[in-house]
Design a protein around this ligand. Structure first.
Ligand code: ATP
Length: 544
């Protein structure tokens, strides 16, 4: 449904989030702290469901991904090697009139000081020249507060994965291609946090680093490289032969997998945009990056009036940059030994061997030169790397799908929010607010109601039904108020199913309805009569 006023829609969503306990301003009793948000009881459940479902899909449902839970504060050298100390910055300007600070590329609109979820025009005063502002939060480790104690709150979870790559490889019995997944907090001192939780200073990421063979190793083993076009839309990694997949195929595969993930929790494909970064937008080490955007109500519109979308996730083909950087910076080898490559190499034609070796050499040389190695040394190291390839050793390349849990929670809330007309107690139509969450991520799966609270038999039976379901799903039990109003309260927080225990359940209208309940669907408002003995498998089938 096209919204006439997306600003109004966003205001309604922000107010619902506060009113019903999804999201609160952090430290609200002290006036709040810009860029920090707390999740209330329902928001906590929603985010937990997002994380759990991501984890389930990305690790437990697969054989080729292992997990990690690393610390937020790590050795500061990690951030030097990754490039964050030197280059993780936004251009910042000061306004000489209002003394405000803005991102140089975002001076037209800023969050309203009174209402940060709303954007207002920025001051037109003269601005200073842009300066780089590093987004990492600094802290000191230990009692002495000097330069040697400086550490950072991680601005992304990914670097810990690279730093622990060897430990995980050695302990998990995985071999390339395989991935390492991590979910956790990240911190960025954003110059202008904006759009509710969309750009926060503390947030959560869900990241996968999927390590693959360099193309030269794939070609040596498989004899050729699958083109990205060969990777059909319907293919999944499980059960397919991926031996000839190079970085392009793996990248395309992950873009498709991630879009399917969003679809499976209720974000239709038409609400998403698959944005392929242009060559001039790519980081110097990235071969390709696709951003998956969601069309938020606050997204800008294109010339046709279509919402353009804001980033939910980036899927980058990062070559062997990260492991190379940590290898050079730590002095610890990050190479892997690949039995299949070792076995395949001697069987190649000499001309093919020379071609693959030369290509690998050129790639390594390019990396080493770009990252500041002196020409002589770069050549020597690249020659050694190319020689090692012929014996089965290489630095894995990586595909990185990196998503934000808070942005996804916000997208799911925005997408779920709807208003329709439904009859009230007296049959008169009224506006009904419904969060149409996919049952998989809905904070509460089912609400259980005794029809009347002053009838002990109904209450007893309803509590029995609640206790039957509770070990399996998040159940809300409510006996207060008229049944219609109880349904509305659940509609507004997105509970997909309501179960009512009435006099039929007790067998008062005849034995055939005894021990049956009414099951109401949030979206259609249809009610069906279900045997209590069949309720659990039926609901489990609908919420998973
Ligand atoms: P943006 O361009 O919007 O600043 P980014 O490209 O810097 O995002 P990445 O570094 O690729 O973001 O981080 C991966 C994911 O982490 C993003 O797609 C997003 O979902 C999430 N994320 C990044 N920064 C923030 C933030 N300030 N608040 C909430 N989520 C964030």
């Amino acid at each position: 449904m096209a919204e006439a006023n997306t600003g109004d829609r966003m205001e309604k969503i922000v107010s619902l989030c506060k009113r019903r306990g999804f999201i609160f301003q952090s430290s609200e009793i002290y006036g709040g702290i810009n860029g920090f948000w707390d999740y209330g009881p329902l928001g906590t459940e929603l985010k937990r469901n997002i994380r759990d479902y991501w984890w389930h899909t990305m690790t437990r449902q697969r054989e080729d991904v292992a997990g990690l839970d690393a610390t937020i504060i790590m050795h500061p050298q990690i951030w030097k090697a990754s490039g964050h100390v030197d280059t993780f910055s936004d251009p910042m300007v000061d306004c000489k009139t209002c003394k405000g600070r803005f991102r140089a590329d975002q001076t037209a609109e800023i969050p309203c000081p009174q209402k940060p979820s709303k954007m207002v025009s920025a001051c037109h005063g003269e601005k200073t020249a842009p300066r780089a502002f590093n987004l990492m939060f600094q802290t000191c480790v230990g009692p002495v507060q000097d330069d040697s104690a400086i550490a950072y709150l991680r601005p992304e979870t990914a670097q810990a994965i690279f730093a622990q790559f060897k430990n995980i490889l050695e302990t998990s019995r995985q071999k390339v291609p395989f991935g390492i997944a991590q979910v956790g907090k990240a911190f960025r001192n954003e110059v202008t946090p904006r759009n509710f939780t969309f750009r926060s200073r503390e947030f959560e990421q869900m990241e996968l680093e999927f390590f693959i063979r360099p193309d030269e190793a794939v070609e040596a083993i498989a004899g050729h490289l699958a083109s990205a076009a060969d990777i059909g839309q319907c293919q999944t990694a499980l059960g397919n032969d991926q031996t000839d997949w190079g970085w392009e195929a793996w990248h395309k595969y992950w873009v498709e997998e991630r879009i399917r993930f969003y679809e499976s929790i209720g974000l239709p494909r038409q609400t998403l945009v698959e944005y392929w970064q242009k060559p001039e937008e790519l980081a110097h080490y990235a071969r390709a990056t696709v951003d998956i955007l969601y069309k938020f109500p606050f997204s800008k519109r294109d010339a046709q009036g279509e919402l353009m979308g804001e980033e939910l996730e980036g899927i980058a083909a990062r070559s062997d940059f990260d492991l190379s950087q940590h290898q050079r910076s730590s002095g610890k080898s990050m190479t892997v030994f690949d039995e299949e490559l070792k076995a395949a190499w001697p069987k190649l034609e000499p001309a093919k061997q020379a071609e693959l070796k030369e290509r690998y050499y050129q790639n390594r040389l390019q990396y080493l030169s770009k990252t500041g190695e002196a020409p002589d040394k770069a050549e020597k190291l690249a020659r050694e790397d190319a020689e090692a390839l012929t014996k089965g050793y290489y630095l894995p390349h990586v595909i990185e799908p990196s998503a934000g849990a808070d942005r996804l929670a916000l997208a799911l809330i925005c997408n779920a929010y709807s208003e329709d007309q439904a009859p009230d107690e007296k049959g008169k139509l009224e506006t009904r607010v419904v969060l149409r969450f996919h049952p998989r991520i809905a904070p509460i799966k089912v609400a259980v109601f005794p029809l009347l609270k002053n009838k002990p038999e109904l209450v007893k039976k309803a509590r029995e039904v609640r206790d039957l379901l509770r070990p399996w799903m998040n159940v809300f039990y409510d006996e207060a108020g008229a049944i219609g109003r109880r349904y509305r309260r659940q509609d507004e927080i997105g509970t997909p199913f309501g179960v009512t225990i009435d006099f039929d359940t007790l067998g008062e209208k005849g034995p055939e309805l005894k021990d049956t309940v009414t099951l109401r669907d949030r979206d259609t408002m249809q009610q069906e009569r279900v045997k209590i003995s069949e309720l659990l498998p039926l609901l489990l089938g609908r919420i998973r």
